[in-house]
Write a protein that binds this ligand. Structure first.
Ligand code: XMP
Ligand code: MG
Length: 179
C-alpha cells in the first residue's frame, strides 16, 4: 500500500496537531451549546473520531453517507444520500464534519437539506480544502489544511475504496489511476 504513494503531503503528526487545535477552538465555540456533530461518511470517519476526542464539551453524534464520486476522481455533481441520519436536526446546532471540500457541491447540497429540515445553525469543519476546485461559492467555517489541486488519499480518503487506513495524507503514483 505504501508503495503506491508518490509523496506524503501531510504527516500523521501534523494531522494530529492540527486536529487538537480544531478541537480546542470548537470546545470554546460550543461551550454553552450541545451540538449535534454529523460525520459525513465515509471519508470523514477517522477525522471525526480524532476530532471528538479533542472536544471537551458534551456533544451528540450522528452519521450520514453521501456519494458524489463513485470510483472516479472527479465530481459528477450528483449527490446521493446513501445513509440518512438517525437523529432529527430540528432546532439543533449542527456541526458538519467533512473530510475534504473540492467543488463544494456535496456540502452545498447537505447544508441546504439540513436547513430545510429545521436546523437552528449549520457550521462546517473540514480537514482539507481544495479551493481551486470550487464550482459554487462555499467556505467552511473551520479548515485544517488547504491543499493543491491533486487527488489525495489516506486518513479516511480513498481511491476506489482503498488507502483509507493510511495514517497520513499522500498523493498516489500516476500509474495507479491508469493501470
Ligand atoms: P465536492 O467536489 O462535492 O467533493 O466538494 C467533496 C467530496 O469529494 C470527495 N473528494 C475526494 N476524495 N480524495 C478523495 O479521496 C480527494 O482528493 C478528494 N477530493 C474530493 C470527498 O469524498 C468529499 O467528501
Ligand atoms: Mg471518496
Amino acid at each position: 500500500m505504501q508503495n503506491d504513494i508518490q509523496e506524503v503531503l501531510i504527516s500523521e503528526e501534523e494531522l494530529q496537531n492540527k486536529i487538537k487545535e480544531l478541537g480546542e477552538i470548537l470546545s470554546k465555540e460550543y461551550a454553552d451549546r450541545n451540538p449535534l456533530v454529523i460525520c459525513v461518511l465515509k471519508g470523514a470517519f477517522i477525522f471525526m473520531a480524532d476530532l471528538v476526542k479533542s472536544i471537551t464539551v458534551p456533544v451528540e453524534m450522528d452519521f450520514m453517507a453521501v456519494s458524489s464520486y463513485g470510483a472516479s476522481t472527479k465530481s459528477s455533481g450528483v449527490v446521493k444520500i446513501i445513509k440518512d441520519l438517525d437523529a432529527s436536526v430540528e432546532n439543533r446546532d449542527v456541526l458538519i464534519v467533512e473530510d475534504i471540500i473540492d467543488s463544494g457541491l456535496t456540502l452545498t447540497h447537505l447544508i441546504d437539506l439540513l436547513q430545510r429540515r429545521g436546523a437552528k445553525s449549520t457550521t462546517v469543519v473540514t480537514l482539507f480544502d481544495k479551493p481551486s476546485g470550487r464550482k459554487v461559492d462555499l467556505e467552511a467555517d473551520y479548515t485544517g489544511f488547504v491543499l493543491p489541486d491533486a487527488f489525495v488519499v489516506g486518513y479516511g480518503l480513498d481511491y476506489a475504496e482503498k488507502y483509507r487506513n493510511l495514517p497520513f495524507i499522500g498523493i498516489l503514483k500516476p500509474e495507479i489511476y491508469t493501470s
